[in-house]
Design a protein around this ligand. Structure first.
Ligand SMILES: Cc1cc2nc3c(=O)[nH]c(=O)nc-3n(C[C@H](O)[C@H](O)[C@H](O)COP(=O)(O)O)c2cc1C
Length: 196
């Protein structure tokens, strides 16, 4: 399965890292593109150093999926993910900032992440957006509805606690498990309701 993973500047870098590992473990080919703000959040939340250079942040992150990842620059319009003619099975943006959400909802495309999401919608392919913000303005809510109506899945970064979560990893796994379900990938990260 070929999956595009866009990483933008909303809080939630541990979700992106776990999702990347899980996609690699499932044998996916993954095209990764991180926005400038996405890099800052990864550096802050995973490596505790917002000033860490982009290349270093990406080298550390992509180690988790060695052999499965190709990295793309946000302005790389020659990337396969910039065109509907490329064979891509699914597109995920995790975490998805309200900035990216609003840009995609407006139909504007300022970087490869916006473009890939727009391609997914126009080609009627699976697009999973994983936003995080709180509280939400009427503009945020309208943008999410617009995207849902256009065919995207809105998978909010809001873990449940009903599966007996004890650690932060359990909460991260809960959300990533739901994302893998949406992509049709087998996962055993979190127990299913009603499962022993
Ligand atoms: C540490 C950090 C945390 C942030 N958290 C959020 C967030 O949770 N949700 C959000 O929509 N924006 C958040 N932002 C602001 C976005 O990064 C900002 O709007 C940026 O322009 C988004 O650009 P992008 O969509 O190209 O990544 C955060 C920024 C930083 C530096």
């Amino acid at each position: 399965m070929n999956v595009f993973l866009g990483i933008t500047g909303a809080s939630g870098a541990p979700y992106a890292a776990r999702l990347l590992e899980s996609l690699a473990a499932a044998g996916c080919e993954i095209g990764v593109c991180a926005s400038r703000a996405g890099i800052e959040v990864l550096a802050t939340e995973l490596y505790d150093d917002p000033t860490l250079p982009r290349d270093e942040v990406l080298a550390r992150l992509l180690e988790r999926a060695e052999g499965h990842v190709e990295l793309f620059d946000p302005q790389d319009w020659s990337a396969p993910y910039a065109s509907g003619s490329a064979k891509v099975d699914a597109y995920v943006v995790c975490p998805c900032s309200m900035g990216t959400l609003g840009t995609v909802a407006s139909g504007a495309m300022q970087n490869l992440i916006h473009r890939a999401a727009s391609v997914a919608l126009k080609e009627e392919r699976r697009l999973v957006l994983m936003p995080r913000e709180t509280p939400l303005s009427a503009i945020h809510l309208r943008n999410m509805l617009t995207l849902r109506e256009a065919g995207a899945t809105i998978l909010f970064l809001a873990p449940g606690f009903y599966h007996g979560a004890r650690t932060l990893d359990d909460l991260v796994d809960f959300v990533v498990a739901r994302a893998l379900d949406q992509l049709g990938l087998e996962q055993e990260l979190a127990p299913r309701w009603g499962q022993e």
